[in-house]
Design a protein around this ligand. Structure first.
Ligand SMILES: Cc1cc2nc3c(=O)[nH]c(=O)nc-3n(C[C@H](O)[C@H](O)[C@H](O)COP(=O)(O)OP(=O)(O)OC[C@H]3O[C@@H](n4cnc5c(N)ncnc54)[C@H](O)[C@@H]3O)c2cc1C
Length: 469
């Protein structure tokens, strides 16, 4: 099989534009989006494969968009820390890297510009599961007839193998599991045959703190020390997790005071580490099988269910993205009296009557990350204390996307839809005020599950940060 057939037969790759890569191209262009890493990156590997066959170099291009909704100094600092390292690692692999600040809101114009400047024989892109079909068509047009290869770089089982929206983990799980032998394998990092040694395109910036300082960005949410960005930090965290936490993951992952989870979500969100790297390390670890299974369930089944939701359901940020049974039940309780209704500002400032909720909000605002168990409680209480399910969903999405380093991610939209609108869940009785048949959580229940005093002491009983004054 020649390399073109291989690419066509690879279920991770969708090809736009029927032409084969042009013989007179000067490079292969990889337009890097979510998979911001130099290793274990299926999109980069496809670009190298095409380039090697055509005896061309690879140029990786990154479009920095400081106007991306909810992008702020916290997110951009983390991302640029990662990209700085990625650029260095790509250089060691003899691959070019160029980053330019977005020139206006549409990515398509910027893609057309770089395509006309560097004349690639083919363009490779990693899939963004949040992207609309219109935006995708715009990018395809911007390639001006050159082939565009869109690669599932951050999914273990390619989306094309799943093929439709799934409504619960129990339906997607078997489809994923029966394909893991084929797709949960090392990506491989092949050598580049022709080094990139052309001058960078005009206006390219090196990713660095200095580049960030020069940008006009939202600085109201600042960087956090708890999560330094970068692939080497992600790999070090993965190693520590496998050694110290994985062996107690099954029993302690829902206990926020125990720190038993990986804390990898910001790194996975920015693609600084790929799911294959984390999943293979856990699968092959010496930890008990129950722990490895529990972790792989979250990392593969739950994460890929969330991605499936955003690919196939365009209302993933809205309550309307949830199932009919849930919308009917919430609607039947829309007029129920609420004991409390807080404004978005009160939520944001952690000014509710509930210390546990306030502690969770403070963990998110101060550290850029919230423990998974608390995320469930946090979003359910926003439903309980908002004027409507729609308002609750909007507030939760805005706060999550603004403060969480891993925000603006399919996992966030699916998690909020699960908590507020029963997405991927089932109806739970008895029927309750406000919640209807949506699963309920209480502070007392949380208190029985874990040592909430330790969590409160850590996040609440310390001096109020500037954000709360
Ligand atoms: C209301 C709500 C909001 C959420 N917002 C986000 C968000 O913005 N970004 C985000 O990445 N996750 C979000 N989650 C999912 C989950 O809580 C986090 O992924 C997890 O807590 C991150 O911590 P960790 O990396 O230590 O997870 P670990 O337990 O170590 O799990 C490893 C990885 O598996 C994936 N994973 C774990 N739990 C889930 C889950 N329930 N659904 C889908 N994938 C999962 C994540 O990629 C995670 O990094 C949200 C969940 C809820 C209920």
């Amino acid at each position: 099989m020649n390399f073109l057939q291989e690419l066509r037969n690879d279920p991770r790759i969708a090809i736009e534009g029927g032409n084969p890569p042009g013989a007179e191209g000067r490079c292969v262009l990889y337009w890097m989006r979510r998979a911001q890493r130099a290793f274990d990156n299926p999109a980069l590997e496809s670009a190298i494969q095409i380039a090697n066959e055509q005896r061309l170099p690879v140029l990786v291009y990154f479009r920095l968009n400081p106007r991306h909704p909810h992008a702020n100094a916290r997110h951009l600092t983390f991302m640029l820390q990662g990209l700085e390292e990625t650029a260095q690692e790509l250089a060691k692999r003899k691959i070019g890297f160029a980053m330019r600040v977005a020139d206006g809101p549409g990515a398509a114009n910027d893609l057309a510009r770089i395509v006309s400047e560097v004349c690639p024989s083919a363009i490779v892109i990693d899939r963004d599961p949040l992207q609309s079909a219109d935006a995708w068509r715009g990018l395809a047009r911007a390639c001006g007839g050159r082939p565009l290869y869109c690669v599932d770089a951050d999914l273990i089982v390619p989306a094309a193998q799943i093929g439709r929206e799934h409504y619960a983990a129990r339906t997607i799980r078997p489809r994923i599991h029966e394909r893991l032998d084929r797709f949960l394998t090392p990506i491989g990092n092949r050598a580049v045959h022709i080094a990139w040694n052309a001058t960078p395109p005009a206006g390219a910036l090196a990713p660095s703190a200095a580049a960030l300082a020069s940008l006009n960005i939202d600085r109201s949410v600042g960087p956090v020390a708890e999560f330094p960005g970068g692939g080497s930090e992600a790999r070090a965290r993965l190693r520590r997790f496998i050694r110290d936490r994985l062996p107690r993951y099954a029993s302690e992952r829902n206990r926020p005071e125990k720190d038993a989870t990986s804390g990898l979500s910001p790194y996975l969100h920015y693609g600084q580490i790929g799911p294959h790297t984390a999943a293979l390390a856990a699968r092959d670890a010496g930890a008990p099988e129950a722990d490895r299974r529990a972790f792989l369930e979250e990392l593969i089944v739950r994460r890929e269910l969330a991605i499936n939701f955003t690919i196939y359901n365009r209302r993933f940020r809205q309550i309307e993205g949830c199932e009919r049974w849930a919308l009917q039940s919430l609607s039947a309780h829309r007029g129920d009296p609420r004991e409390r209704v807080y404004s978005e500002r009160q939520f944001e400032n952690a000014e509710t009557h509930d210390p546990l909720w306030n502690a969770a909000q403070r963990q998110m605002v101060e550290s850029g990350w919230m423990h998974g168990y608390m995320r469930m409680y946090w979003a359910k209480k926003i439903l309980e204390w908002s004027k409507s399910p729609r308002a609750a969903c909007e507030i939760a999405v805005r706060l999550n996307d603004r403060y969480e380093l891993d925000g603006r991610d399919p996992n966030g939209y699916a998690g909020i839809a699960w908590a507020i609108g029963g997405k991927h869940d089932r109806a739970w009785g008895p029927e309750r005020p406000v919640y209807g048949m949506i699963r309920y959580m209480s502070a007392a229940g949380a208190g029985r599950k874990f040592d909430s005093r330790a969590y409160l002491a850590r996040w609440l009983e310390r001096p109020s940060p500037a954000a709360f004054k």
